[in-house]
Design a binder for this molecule. Structure first.
Ligand SMILES: Cc1cc2nc3c(=O)[nH]c(=O)nc-3n(C[C@H](O)[C@H](O)[C@H](O)COP(=O)(O)OP(=O)(O)OC[C@H]3O[C@@H](n4cnc5c(N)ncnc54)[C@H](O)[C@@H]3O)c2cc1C
Length: 459
């Protein structure tokens, strides 16, 4: 059976397993990814010609990475594969695409959004100095380019990625100046019962911690970041320890991040309703356990639906594809759906533990100094935003954006919105969910103005 009208956006763990499931059922979906190769974030493939072995690139996860890559490679020829292609707008059954060759549009009957996630940050004075990267950015440099962001790197933030990237840098030969976690040790202990549900994944996390400790990498929990010092680049990270003493870590680069944020813009443009998720402290598009949204023909899976990790993304991709098939009247293996559901439940418990152990430090964001740059695209400080919010009673984030320009620049608020919402909530004395969320706007990521070679109608 040929069906070129089923489109999957994203060729990471979720998109790969969704495509595999549809192909197995006889469909020929179109798979689109802005990256030049499949794999997504965790299993990102290096550029052609790079020869580092999978064990070096993916560490503990090398086997899973190789299996996923092999599964995708086996699909090529049985899917319409469009790498290097960004979906920048989605509306009314049509996806608008930007590739090197130009712009085009693609009609679909059903779409599976497997768009993954990005780093979540909290601004601090000096965070736009050269040498400050997100944790994910620091990892991409290592994984995709084989280079480090600095010689002596400090890592700041919270979450498993904080320790993992520090470990990967240390293994690659960089000097890790410090690993500074804003989450408290007590919070991690309290989350232990749920964390234990992570089994082997949790054990790997402990191993990473032990490895760093054995090499005497300085690590601290419950820290408060104060500022990044430097003139034309990072010179030091100043922070306060859990006991209230000010400390400074000399370094020439910083990797920072506080968990992940779902990439939800396409779901938003397709009018999927959103709901506030208290645990992940973010707005998430609504879907049932199978990934079926209230918008007919639109399915969600993987980290783009909610942050659940790579193993859960593979399961959710398969499950969303099975739901799509069932909705088309294709007989599916119900026992398989139930088995996936049981594994997802176990992973959800582990995820709950992670979210509790490494919470987004919303108090830090809410109390940013007035002079701290909040929206780096439009150069809006926390103080600017507070003045607009209080002066014009702009209690809702889209209204605050219209006055202050926060979130109006190149990143469309993908970087600054979480912290901006905290600033508005604190300034107006509202609950964070009352502030609302920035409405998605096309293009979801910057595209060239001249559009390139091939403007076109639906193909
Ligand atoms: C930078 C980063 C590093 C990470 N590193 C690790 C790690 O080391 N270990 C770990 O366990 N977890 C890591 N994670 C989390 C892990 O990658 C995810 O849990 C997992 O990859 C989720 O799989 P997914 O298929 O849902 O999304 P992803 O793997 O993120 O794949 C989504 C894909 O969609 C594509 N895409 C998104 N939007 C569009 C669009 N508009 N048009 C076209 N294509 C689009 C992206 O290019 C991407 O390839 C990382 C996450 C990030 C963001």
């Amino acid at each position: 059976m040929t069906d070129r009208h089923v489109v999957i956006v994203g060729a990471g763990p979720a998109g790969t397993r969704a495509a595999e499931t549809l192909v197995r059922a006889g469909l020929r979906p179109t798979v689109i990814d802005e990256a030049p190769a499949s794999g997504g974030q965790i299993y990102r493939r290096p550029p052609a010609g790079f020869r580092r072995p999978a064990s070096t690139l993916y560490g503990f996860e090398a086997g899973k990475a190789q299996r996923l890559h092999a599964a995708f490679d086996a699909l090529v020829g049985r899917i319409e594969w469009r790498p290097g292609t960004l979906v920048w707008e989605a509306r009314g059954g049509v996806l608008h695409l930007q590739a090197e060759a130009g712009r085009s549009a693609l009609a679909y009957d059903a779409v599976i959004l497997a768009t993954g996630a990005m780093d979540r940050v909290v601004p601090l004075p000096g965070w736009t100095l050269p040498g400050v990267y997100t944790l994910g950015g620091a990892q991409v440099a290592l994984k995709a380019q084989g280079c480090a962001i600095g010689r002596r790197v400090a890592f700041l933030g919270s979450g498993p990625l904080l320790y993992l990237v520090a470990y990967q840098y240390a293994r690659a030969g960089a000097q890790v100046a410090a690993v500074l976690d804003t989450a408290s040790f007590a919070g991690k202990l309290a989350a232990l019962p749920d964390l234990l549900a992570g089994g082997a994944t949790f054990a790997k996390g402990l191993w990473v911690l032990a490895w760093l400790a054995a090499r005497r990498v300085p690590m601290a929990s419950g820290v408060t970041p104060l500022r990044v010092d430097g003139s034309d680049g990072v010179a030091r990270l100043v922070w306060r320890d859990g006991g209230g003493s000010e400390r400074a870590t000399d370094c020439d680069a910083i990797g920072m991040g506080w968990g992940l944020k779902s990439e939800t813009q396409l779901a938003d443009l397709l009018e999927v309703p959103f709901a506030w998720d208290t645990l992940q402290r973010q707005w998430l598009p609504q879907a049932d356990a199978d990934g079926r949204t209230p918008v007919p023909g639109v399915y969600l899976c993987g980290d783009g639906a909610a942050i659940r990790g790579a193993d859960a993304a593979e399961l959710a991709g398969e499950r969303a594809a099975l739901a799509l098939l069932a909705d088309r009247g294709v007989a599916i293996d119900r026992a398989r759906v139930q088995a996936i559901g049981r594994r997802q439940d176990r992973l959800a418990r582990f995820r709950r533990g992670l979210e509790r152990a490494f919470p987004y430090p919303h108090g830090l964001a809410a109390s940013l100094d007035d002079g701290t740059l909040l929206c780096r695209c439009e150069a809006v400080t926390a103080g600017d935003l507070r003045r607009w919010v209080r002066g014009l009673d702009a209690r809702e984030i889209n209204r605050a954006k219209a006055f202050s320009r926060v979130g109006m620049g190149r990143c469309q608020g993908r970087v600054c919105a979480p912290a901006a919402a905290e600033v508005i909530a604190a300034a107006t004395g509202q609950a964070i969910e009352a502030v609302g969320r920035l409405r998605g706007q096309p293009p979801v990521k910057p595209i060239p103005i001249d559009g390139g070679a091939a403007p076109g109608g639906p193909s």
